[in-house]
Design a protein around this ligand. Structure first.
Ligand SMILES: Cc1cc2nc3c(=O)[nH]c(=O)nc-3n(C[C@H](O)[C@H](O)[C@H](O)COP(=O)(O)OP(=O)(O)OC[C@H]3O[C@@H](n4cnc5c(N)ncnc54)[C@H](O)[C@@H]3O)c2cc1C
Length: 383
């Protein structure tokens, strides 16, 4: 198994890193403070191919592999967790679902607009009453017998790009009479469709410039051509979408962790106490050593999962292991980096506090750490 990066991957990493440093880093603090989604960055993301990472060139995308997807998310997260979350969810969830399971007509209609940044994608699974138990969702889609159209009703919670996106892939119950995970179907709903509203903007601990909203579907009518995948197969498809998405959340954690570690190294060499740089104290060195070791282990887990996905081999367990370990390791790394910064780390003068606030979502979104442990154990016991 050789999942070391190719020259092509290294070049991609460098170009996204340069972009993140020059176009994102100078604004990230302001965007966070304003809690505003930075629409002005969207054309630049599109120009670099970051909004169509996995979309084939025939639909206007960059046609890159899963490893590249992880690299892009990781490099943006080194400077801004919010934007990394946007790139991860737009590529992996909303457009990912259409790419993997949509009809040719749906792909032609939505993927070019997603890749060009004209329309950002949202993906709505979670509801106020169903998060980890996502198959317990209550949003319904009933089919009108005479018109053949679907009528969607329900509320979705915590939806990224929910108010700034151009369309949303929504999971709804289409058959209440079968096991709960077997009666769910996915549909694309466009912004501006009657009855589809972003009913509430959510204020968050971190990733504050990423758009997170509650969505309401009130008698929303869509044609059958807006269905993504087979009827009643949406939840089973969703499990595959989440497998790949988890690799991107592991990559996001990695980027935030490495970014915080870089800051800690710089600060430890610069800051003097007791007439010497604090980097000379063993207590500081051990924190740095632990962070680097755990982040590098996370890196190996993350890119192993990406490599397996690129080889077309099973990677469910490996994606969950990567997300579980990387998100917890990166949270520890951000926390230790802040500790190394002392009181200054606790102020907003240094970006490390933003990294610590942003990284926590990696232990929650696309399945909590507890859910990842359930997935890993289940796979282990099945095997
Ligand atoms: C910023 C942000 C962005 C998000 N973006 C999206 C998005 O774009 N689309 C979308 O659909 N969703 C999105 N989510 C939702 C996210 O995926 C859920 O928050 C997550 O899956 C957890 O669900 P919950 O919040 O309802 O927590 P709950 O499921 O209520 O969990 C609460 C606690 O109980 C634990 N728990 C639950 N069940 C078990 C169990 N069986 N065993 C052990 N412990 C358990 C959990 O691990 C957690 O610690 C987002 C969330 C946030 C915060």
């Amino acid at each position: 198994m050789d999942f070391s990066p190719s020259e092509h991957h290294e070049l991609l990493r460098k170009s996204v890193r340069d972009f993140a440093r020059s176009e994102v880093l100078p604004h990230a603090k302001k965007w966070d403070e304003e809690e505003r989604f930075p629409k002005e960055i969207v054309p630049k993301l599109a120009e670099l191919g970051l909004l169509g990472i996995r979309i084939p060139e025939e639909y206007g995308g960059s046609g890159m592999d899963v490893t590249s997807y992880a690299i892009c998310v990781e490099e943006i997260a080194r400077v801004d967790g919010s934007l990394a979350l946007t790139v991860a969810s737009h590529n992996g969830l909303g457009t990912g679902h259409i790419l993997s399971f949509g009809s040719e007509a749906i792909k032609k209609k939505y993927l070019p607009k997603a890749a060009s940044g004209e329309w950002l994608a949202a993906w709505a699974l979670t509801e106020p009453g169903s998060g980890s138990d996502s198959a317990g969702l209550r949003t319904t889609a009933r089919r009108d017998a005479s018109s053949g159209k679907w009528i969607i009703n329900g509320t979705k919670m915590f939806i990224t790009q929910g108010s700034v996106g151009g369309f949303c892939v929504v999971l709804a119950r289409t058959n209440p009479d079968v096991a709960k995970h077997k009666g769910i179907t996915a549909f694309v709903v466009e912004h501006g469709t009657k009855g589809f509203t972003a009913s509430k903007h959510l204020e968050k601990l971190g990733c504050r410039s990423s758009d997170t909203v509650e969505l309401t579907f009130d008698e929303v009518v869509v044609g059958d051509e807006q269905r993504v995948g087979e009827v009643d197969h949406g939840f089973l498809d969703t499990m595959q979408i989440l497998d790949r998405g988890r690799i991107s959340i592991a990559a996001m954690a990695l980027g935030l962790g490495y970014g915080a570690l870089d800051m800690a190294v710089t600060y430890a060499k610069d800051r003097k106490q007791f007439n010497k740089p604090i980097a000379e104290f063993q207590a500081i060195q051990w924190m740095l050593a632990d962070c680097k070791t755990e982040l590098d282990a996370s890196h190996l887990l993350t890119y192993r999962a990406a490599w397996l996905a690129d080889q077309g081999r099973p990677f469910t367990k490996e994606a969950s292991m990567a997300k579980l370990f990387a998100s917890e390791a990166a949270t520890r790394a951000c926390n230790k980096s802040l500790q190394i910064h002392g009181g200054y780390g606790y102020t907003r003068e240094f970006a490390v506090e933003r990294h610590l606030r942003d990284v926590k979502i990696c232990e929650i979104g696309e399945g909590t750490s507890e859910v990842q442990r359930i997935v890993i154990a289940k796979q282990l016991l099945l095997g």
